[in-house]
Write a protein that binds this ligand. Structure first.
Ligand SMILES: [Zn+2]
Length: 179
């Protein structure tokens, strides 16, 4: 019997959220969408995920209104997946989850820094700026590589993510062979 993804006995908003984002890979697809990844092949290269699983996750996330499919080329038809406000609203949860993972289970040097672009201060656990005392809009979050990140990754998406960039800004990927 296939493992169901709903929690019928739970009257709980966490359970309801997990029915949407609790499957393996789903939150990592959302993370990548927040990093500015939009295209199927770029998700594929960055996640190293089986094609069928990626297709299923993109379909679910689109059906749930977390990603929006947009046509960027007519012939041949090509779509990209852009994170919606409903998806962007997952950022504080992802920020808190990442920090929790780092504090309790990771012993490498810091992989990425997330800063308030206006003042350069590293964000607090929920995406707030401790210096300005404000919640930082996701598009004003500056992502920078940390010392723990592989400086020479194999895939072009990871290479592109070595450059400081704002979240949500579409990721510019260098053509293969050029760095
Ligand atoms: Zn600030």
């Amino acid at each position: 019997m296939a493992l169901g993804k709903d929690y019928v006995t739970q009257e709980c908003s966490i359970a309801r959220a997990l029915e949407v984002v609790g499957e393996r890979w789903t939150l990592l697809v959302v993370r990548d969408a927040l990093y500015g990844i939009r295209r199927y092949n770029d998700f594929l290269a960055h996640l190293g995920i089986p094609r069928a699983v990626l297709a299923a996750r993109l379909q679910t996330l689109t059906a749930e209104g977390i990603l929006e499919k947009r046509r960027y080329q007519q012939s041949p038809p090509r779509d990209e997946y852009v994170v919606t406000d409903r998806g962007i609203a997952l950022w504080p949860a992802l920020r808190a989850l990442g920090l929790w993972g780092r504090q309790h289970f990771t012993d490498t040097a810091q992989l990425r820094f997330f800063r308030h672009a206006d003042c350069g201060t590293e964000l607090g656990p929920y995406g707030e700026c401790p210096a300005c005392g404000t919640v930082v809009p996701v598009q004003d979050v500056l992502m920078e590589p940390g010392p723990g990140l592989d400086p020479n990754p194999a895939d072009p998406v990871s290479r592109a993510l070595l450059k400081p960039k704002r979240l949500l800004e579409p990721l510019q990927i260098d053509p293969v062979g050029q760095v």
